[in-house]
Each structure stands twice: as C-alpha cells, then as structure tokens.
Design a protein around this ligand. Structure first.
Ligand SMILES: *Cc1c(COP(=O)(O)O)cnc(C)c1O
Length: 396
C-alpha cells in the first residue's frame, strides 16, 4: 500500500451506518478459487445465466447507430416512460400514465431513489425478513429506521396481516413487499395480497412493491400487484421494477419507479442532480423488451422451472436439510439448522471443502439458512448437489 492509501481520512457517518455486503466475501473467494483453476459449482449468483435476447440487443445497437448518444431527460426517454405505463396498465391493471414513471439505473436504484425521496430521520420502514440485502441498508442511508419483522417457514416466509398490524406505529411510513421473493422464492397469493392491502389502507401507510421477479412464476402461482386491489390501495402503492431478471439484462442497469406525480418529481430532482438520465441507447433496448415478442421470457421461465424441479428434488432428498418448493424467482432457501447454526460457517466450509458457493442466510436477516441460486445449468446443479449431499452426510 502506498503512503496516501494508509493515511486516515475522515469519512461520513452515513457510510458507517451501512453494512458492506456480506455476500461479497464469499463470491470473491469463489471467484479467486475458480481463477486458481479449481472446479467451483457456483450457486451464489443473483442473476439469470442467459444472454440478453437478440432483438433487445439489436434495438440498442440500432439506437447507438442512429445517434442516441446524448443526454436525455433525467426521468427517461418519453417513449420508454409511455411504454412502461402501458405495460403496467396491461400486465398489472395499474392505471399509471407516463408522468407517473421514472426510469432509473436498475431496480436497485429505483428503490434507493424512493427511500431518498420519501424517508427521513424518525421514519420507520417495515421490512419482512428474510429480505433482499439492500432494503435495510438503503433505509438507513436515507436516515430512516428499518423495522425487521421475522417470518417463518410456517407462513411460507410471508408477513401475515396480524404481524404487519402489530409492527405499525405512528412513525411507520412504508412497507416493503417483494413477491416473488429474493431470497425465498415465495409468492404471495392474491388473497394474501388483498389481506395485506386492507391493513395498508386501514393504517394509511404506503407500500413499495418490488416486482422484479413478477414474470418468473411456476405451477399455479399468479402475481397480483398490490396496487391493483382497490383504488385506495393504488393511491398508497409505489411500484419498483426493472428489466434485469425478466429479460436477462442485469448489466444494462435499467429499472423504474411508478407512483404519484409528486414522488416521481422528487425522484427526478434527485436524479437530475446525481445520475442524470440512464444510458440513452440502452433505454431503446428496454423499449424493445417491452414492446417486442415475449416468448424469450417464457423460454427462460421454462428453463428455470425445469431447474427448480431438479434442485428441489435433490435438496429435499438430503436428510438434515429442509426447504419449501419455491413458486417464483430462481432461488431455494434451505434450512440448515439440523447441521449447523451459523450460516456463514456452513457456507465457508462448504466452499472450502467441496467447492460449492452459496449465500449465507444471515445476509438476508435469516440465520440458519442458505440461499441457493439455480440460475445455472442442470449439469452444475447435479454436480453441486452431489457435493452438498456428501458434505451434509459427514455432518449429521
Ligand atoms: C435483482 C433485484 C433487484 C434489482 O436489480 P437491478 O439489477 O438493480 O435491476 C431488486 N430487487 C430484488 C429483490 C432483486 O433481486
């Protein structure tokens, strides 16, 4: 390290409040092992293993050639905002107009923009656990207080209306809902969504619905957007979504927030003073994703379903592990408590001894579990599950 790298620099309190990603250490280690030539089976990825569909790439390519290389409006290309509004009307029965939409740098940044625009010191945000790693940290960055509500396998890792009612205080501003869920793969049924909506309306709080996995559903599972339940629920709903998961576009950094105009205007002000517009020609790829053929989405969904069936069968057959069959997304969430209490220890040893990379549940606020992503090929799934089985056997 050079001298200036060692010098102590005073950093803002704001960053000290935030935990660095715990999953990063494991994935960095897995990458280093792969680089050393070790045969690592990787189940830690939070992204589809498919390439972006060709017609989406072609549309961005065309936009690039056509000179869509300049600054655009901070809230996004008007054509994309209109296409997103239309999609939300058609797919989700949410009566948004283009002015209710802001295009953001991924679904992650749309949530960040929302918390920054809406939450301040003293505000409470209810987050059911297991949760996506970024929710509590973003709430803290905005100065708010995350209120974590633990859920259990008995309720499918879903918050119940009673749990929600009990967590609400006069300081509560917002509930974070994520269905299908990362990390559990659970999907709220339409009746469960209606029951949660009733509590939201009764308590007069808002809900942000993170619908990034809405297209990745299995069996009879259906996705009901909480804003479609009633006009009263719609008024209190903010939608966060993006293109990363449904269209295999993680690296494109394209997401959006939908909500009441004053909120969108506030997010636009923040964005205009921080990120400006999302990469202009990339937005034309997003238009093609929405307006083009949807069979690519269905093909990827079918592949995920086949993998889900394979991995669930394998994991459920391992004595000492329990997991519920996920209805959506591309993760299974495995209870390892019969084997090991510390999820970090389990994941580390599994990686060291068997070269299998998974993510510890503690990163998602759920100790005693691990998240296994099956966004990988069937061969890796079978080889990895052989290794997991052998690993668990020696520890029972
Ligand atoms: C992947 C993911 C996102 C957003 O991802 P982006 O790449 O930023 O669009 C949001 N929420 C959850 C739960 C996710 O898993």
């Amino acid at each position: 390290m050079r001298k200036f790298d060692k010098a102590v620099m005073k950093l803002a309190e704001r960053v000290k409040r935030v935990s660095p990603s715990m999953t990063l250490a494991i994935s960095a280690k897995a990458k280093a092992m792969t680089a050393e030539g070790k045969d690592v089976c990787t189940f830690s990825a939070g992204e589809p293993d498919f390439d972006t569909p060709a017609h989406i790439k072609a549309a961005a390519h065309h936009a690039l050639d056509a000179g869509k290389t300049r600054y655009g409006p901070a809230a996004g290309e008007p054509a994309l905002r209109a296409a997103i509004a239309h999609k939300l009307q058609q797919d989700n029965h949410l009566p948004y107009a283009a002015e209710n939409i802001i295009v953001t740098n991924g679904g992650k940044h749309s949530l960040f923009a929302l918390f920054m625009a809406m939450i301040e010191e003293g505000d409470e945000v209810i987050i059911p656990a297991p949760y996506w790693v970024s929710y509590p940290e973003m709430v803290k960055l905005a100065g708010g207080t995350p209120i974590i509500v633990e859920t259990t396998a008995e309720t499918g890792y879903k918050i119940t209306p009673d749990q929600l009612r009990h967590a609400i205080t006069p300081q509560t501003r917002l509930l974070v809902l994520n269905s299908p869920s990362n990390p559990t793969g659970m999907v709220y049924t339409p009746d469960e969504i209606r029951a949660i909506a009733a509590v939201i309306v009764e308590a007069d709080i808002h809900v942000v619905s993170d619908e990034i996995y809405e297209k990745i559903l299995y069996g009879n599972a259906t996705h009901l957007s909480i804003g479609a339940v009633s006009p009263e629920a719609f008024e209190r709903t903010i939608i966060s979504n993006g293109f990363a998961k449904a269209y295999a576009m993680t690296g494109w950094r394209l997401g959006y927030l939908a909500g009441p105009v004053p909120l969108i205007k506030a997010a636009n002000t923040l964005q205009s003073q921080s990120t400006s517009n999302v990469c202009t020609f990339a937005q034309y790829g997003a238009i093609a994703a929405i307006e083009g053929p949807q069979d690519c989405v269905e093909m990827m969904r079918q592949a995920f379903e086949q993998r889900r069936n394979a991995i669930v069968e394998r994991v459920c057959a391992i004595p000492g592990l329990t997991c519920a069959e996920p209805d959506g997304a591309f993760y299974i969430f495995v209870d390892i408590r019969q084997i090991e209490a510390s999820s970090l220890a389990f994941c580390n040893t599994l990686l060291d001894e068997k070269h299998v990379a998974t993510v510890p549940g503690i990163a998602f606020g759920a100790e005693g579990h691990v998240r296994i992503s099956y966004a990988t090929n069937l061969d890796t799934i079978h080889r990895g599950m052989d290794r997991l089985e052998a690993f668990v056997k020696t520890r029972l």
